[in-house]
Ligand binder design. Structure first.
Ligand code: AGP
Length: 370
């Protein structure tokens, strides 16, 4: 059994460590030799069709939904088309406005999630073009979709999704650039700049994985708590949601992810002496605002750990108890790095609590019932 886990104690840890290669494989053959152009051989979506799209719906469940939050934001920023987000189990029941000019993007590691498949069919029935981002090319979702972008993460066994999430981010970034090329919303220079930063991500992840002792120690520290919070703004908030889900599903510690600016509208009442708060503070454009939200929880006695960039560690340490630095990339790409310490945090917290890391209670790897 250890052999199939590649020498790791658990599939989850193995899959966390497979991420650098999953990033590389998902980019392979999709960036032309000049490094200035994204290509998707075999995609049915023509440039003309891309130019006709006037809205995008991103639909998925759980971790795939969280990848969609980041990916949809990347499309909105780079392509300037309005993007809406739905968890798949809600989509059909809100009578979404779907037209032939709607592009529906469904995201699913397994390609078998019943709610996501049902949402895809609803979108089809209303004439939308459906693009699936999936890790299983022979899956039901891949078969039913008009177009498929395969994430090349390799089989994911652990119930807690890790490399599938980050590969989905890579697929989204590439697709956002592809759309931007077709619609002329980014110059070749801008595309090349983002592509170069993407190509550096695998090594940056490797460096984080080589230095995981501090996060392990922090995981042991929080493992005795029953409640904690993740806060962040913008893309940091999207990553906070993924970090919170990961921690809940395998450590059984209750956590909530909050948009940092929203705390004072109710949730701040729950902050008391010693409660752990994990603050994602990587997005420079909102850093100052995040810091003021950190001060709000600190003033109520929270024990704050921040995830940020090296250059902000010293400054942040004036307001937080601990800070972990992650490597620097473009703000839009930062989720592909900042999620890694949160995956490790969930893993080590689950381990410290003696849980079955790869097979958490009450959960299935693939949810094929609605
Ligand atoms: C992630 O850790 C979960 N186990 C879960 O949220 C999962 O992402 C969700 O069920 C969606 O699965 P899919 O990607 O196979 O559609």
């Amino acid at each position: 059994v250890t052999a199939e886990k590649g020498g790791y104690d658990h599939f989850m840890l193995k899959e966390i460590h497979e991420q650098p290669n999953a990033y590389r494989n998902t980019m392979l053959g999709r960036i032309d030799e000049s490094g200035r152009k994204v290509v998707f051989p075999g995609l049915n979506l023509s440039d003309e069709k891309i130019r006709s799209i006037n809205s995008i719906h991103v639909i998925a469940c759980g971790t795939a939904y969280h990848a969609g939050l980041v990916g949809g934001a990347a499309i909105e920023r780079l392509v300037r088309i309005p993007v809406s987000f739905d968890v798949a189990s809600e989509y059909r029941y809100r009578s979404p406005l779907i037209t032939p000019e709607t592009l529906v993007i469904v995201v699913s590691q397994s390609g078998e999630t019943a709610d996501t498949l049902a949402a895809l069919r609803e979108a089809h029935a209303n004439g939308a073009h459906v693009l699936a981002i999936t890790n299983v090319v022979g899956s039901s979702i891949a078969r039913d979709a008009d177009d498929v972008i395969a994430t090349l993460a390799g089989p994911e066994i652990a119930v807690a999704s890790t490399k599938a999430y980050t590969s989905q981010l890579i697929a989204f970034y590439l697709f956002a650039l592809y759309m931007a090329q077709a619609r002329g919303t980014q110059t070749e220079e801008e595309v090349a700049h983002i592509v170069a930063a993407m190509q550096a991500l695998p090594e940056q992840v490797e460096s984080m994985l080589e230095n995981s002792d501090a996060i392990k120690a922090y995981a042991e520290q929080i493992s005795t708590h029953e409640h904690l919070f993740f806060i962040g703004r913008g893309l940091d908030y999207a990553v906070a949601q993924e970090g919170s889900l990961k921690l809940k599903e395998i450590s059984y510690i209750h956590s909530e992810a909050y948009a940092a600016g929203e705390l004072k509208h109710g949730t701040l009442a729950l902050i008391e002496e010693g409660i752990p708060v994990i603050a994602l503070a990587t997005q420079e454009s909102v850093l100052e605002k995040t810091v003021s939200n950190i001060k709000e929880v600190k003033a109520r006695g929270a024990d704050v750990m921040a995830i940020t960039h090296e250059e902000h560690v010293a400054g942040l340490l004036k307001s937080v108890d601990q800070a972990f630095a992650i490597p620097k990339t473009l703000p839009l790409l930062t989720p592909a790095l900042s999620v890694v310490p949160l995956q490790l945090l969930a893993y080590y917290a689950s381990l410290a609590r003696g849980n079955d890391v790869d097979k958490p209670r009450n959960l299935a790897k693939s949810v094929t019932v609605e």
